[in-house]
Ligand binder design. Structure first.
Ligand code: EPU
Length: 493
């Protein structure tokens, strides 16, 4: 089993390009089940969750073909797909060369250097040499999502809506809980039932049937707010329903907007995505598309915090700053310098920007509560906690999405942090230094938090079980090495 060995204390400097988003890619991939034509997805990250989704789609008769220009992992099949309708997250899919990621940052925070072509406007789309994944349904006879795949990846549930809408039948294994909490799917089921699906549970499988779904008003509010993948499921299914669907209390996350953009480029009629009310007018069929996935806001936020904890100076390209407003706000509050391009309001979405992150002093404490978007994302809570372990005073973090998502605290304590937890709230008293130790990753974002702590800790930190990390961060050790970190991957129990 792989582990990371980190010799902490190196300031991160240099430039990094943010990859395409995992959490946007997964429902986009599932939406390929809605059409008989090929769906080409660009800038899909090479991650184990993505590979698992490919396996799942293949088991449902959807071929998955990769073209990976700079693979660390051997591509499974390499082909160049036929071109279909072109669209792209937040700024068109036409390919514009963005230039390299070379050059290091200096200690002084000055004007952001324009990469490559000399214009940030030229960075609306990713460079030509990004990963390309083509998904094409060639055999629609199997509509089953097997337990063996679903148990490895909870997001498999987002195939339920598309497959039901397109084929009239779905049998999807009920996902279990995971290390961040119980994670029910009642809202997904409620939403699809409202569209007329007959749903039952059979030997751990959700069995859903409907000759054709019917548009309806659907309420997706739950005890912890809306549901991201539930909204993706219902919105995708409603594109092929008869009549109009209105989703009330829809998730407002940027990944839902990205999905709506792609569905519309496939011929769907979705309005309001990104707000709590989404209106979908059903159509008879959807066609193929060539779509560029939005950049990963959680990966961006993670590297921002890695730069901050090491008193680094880092430039991040392809950064979705519009989806990081709450994160940037909290980090600026504690003293991290984040320089973003001037907002002249000429762009609707600022999804592919270049930013500079620097920190030259001890950070201030802060209060933060995780919330649905546009609030502070739960997926960056562990990373912020690691950063606040070294702040000058008492910080308070309240987790309102997954109240038990605190497995990382016990590991941070082993590194000398001072954290007390009371239910969904943790108080972090900043210490002068963290001391490296062997620690155990328990889930994807907890792993990222421990790595951030290790980058700043004295001596050596060994983070075990980084397979959790590989679910959601493409080659993190390579990215951090590129920024000057002393980190290596080893094979260790
Ligand atoms: N919830 C219900 N009933 C449901 C569904 C959700 O009560 O039917 C509750 C959950 O228990 C939770 C809250 O609603 O308390 C929000 O859960 P949500 O359904 O929004 O989570 P999700 O869609 O399953 C996605 C991301 C997660 C991210 C959450 C919250 C993907 C693939 N996953 O999960 O990402 O934490 O939204 O933003 O998009 C990660 O990337 O590490 C990760 C866990």
């Amino acid at each position: 089993m792989d582990a990371f060995i980190i010799h902490g204390g190196r300031r991160l400097r240099g430039t990094l390009r943010i990859h395409g988003s995992k959490n946007a890619s997964l429902p986009l991939m599932a939406a390929a089940l809605l059409t008989d034509e090929p769906v080409v997805l660009r800038d899909v990250p090479e991650l184990s969750d993505i590979q698992n989704m490919c396996r799942l789609l293949e088991s449902m008769g959807c071929e998955a073909r990769w073209r990976v220009p700079h693979s660390a992992v051997t591509p499974r099949v390499v082909t160049v797909p036929a071109k279909v309708a072109v669209a792209g997250g937040g700024g068109g899919g036409a390919s514009v060369a963005m230039g390299g990621s070379s050059g290091g940052g200096s200690r002084k925070v000055g004007a952001i250097p324009r990469a490559g072509s000399g214009s940030i406007d030229a960075m609306l789309a990713p460079p030509e040499d990004v990963n390309e994944l083509t998904l094409h349904v060639t055999d629609p006879t199997s509509s089953k999502a097997d337990y063996d795949i679903v148990r490895t990846m909870r997001a498999s549930i987002c195939t339920l809506g598309p497959i039901l809408a397109k084929r009239g039948f779905a049998r999807v294994s009920m996902p279990g809980g995971c290390n961040i909490g119980p994670r029910p799917v009642d809202l997904h089921i409620r939403g699809l039932k409202a569209l007329g699906a007959r749903i039952s549970l059979d030997e751990g499988y959700i069995v859903a049937e409907a000759k054709r779904l019917r548009g309806a008003r659907v309420f997706l509010g739950g005890p912890f707010g809306s549901t991201v993948l539930g909204t993706a499921n219902v919105m995708s299914a409603a594109t092929l329903a008869e009549g109009t669907t209105i989703i009330e209390s829809a998730a407002c996350e940027p990944e839902i907007e990205d999905l709506a953009r792609m569905l519309n480029a496939m011929g769907a009629r979705v309005t309001g995505a990104g707000s709590p009310r989404i209106v979908i007018e059903g159509v008879d069929e959807l066609h193929g598309v060539d779509y560029t996935v939005m950049p990963d806001r959680i990966e961006a936020g993670t590297y921002i915090m890695a730069a901050a904890i090491t008193n680094g100076d880092v430039i991040l390209e392809n950064c979705p700053i519009d989806s990081l407003v709450a994160v940037i706000d909290r980090l600026q509050e504690i003293g991290v310098e984040i320089e973003v391009p001037k907002d002249d309001c000429s762009k609707v979405d600022r999804l592919r920007e270049t930013i500079r992150v620097a920190s030259a002093r001890r950070l201030e404490p802060v209060e933060m509560t995780t919330q649905p978007h546009p609030g502070f994302p739960t997926d960056l809570q562990a990373q912020l906690m690691a950063l606040l372990c070294l702040a000058d005073g008492n910080s308070v973090i309240t987790e309102k999405i997954f109240p038990d998502r605190f497995m990382h605290t016990a590991e941070l304590l082993r590194m000398g942090a001072n954290i007390t937890r009371n239910g969904p709230t943790a108080m972090i008293t900043g210490v002068r230094r963290l001391i490296g130790a062997p620690v155990m990753a328990s889930d994807l974002r907890a792993s990222a938090g421990l790595i951030i702590a290790g980058l700043a800790a004295r001596n050596v930190t060994t983070v075990h079980r980084v397979y959790h990390l590989d679910r959601g961060y493409e080659r993190m050790e390579t990215c951090l090495q590129q920024l000057g970190a002393d980190i290596e991957r080893v094979d260790r129990d």
